[in-house]
Design a protein around this ligand. Sequence first.
Ligand SMILES: [Zn+2]
Length: 96
Amino acid sequence: MVAYQYRCAEHGVCEVQRPMGSAPAQWPCPECGGDTARVFAAPHLGLADRGRLAAIDATRRSADEPAVVTSVPGSGARRRTPTASDNPVLRRLPKP
Ligand SMILES: [Zn+2]
């Protein structure tokens, strides 16, 4: 949810919580019910961390058009090589 601001000529600015991107141009004033105009203010981007903003942007970009990939994700991952265990009980097991 995002806080959008609207200005009434008589009662000043009021704040409305709406989902991101769904703010109408006008909103009825909570006190008089009259028309209000949307106020564009600076968002509080400084309060969010970069990782969260990047995830929001990536989600928004892929909402209508998913990202196109050229290979299967994870195909370039390195394989783990088996290592010797330090557990002495396992050393007594038969070797293949
Ligand atoms: Zn009003």
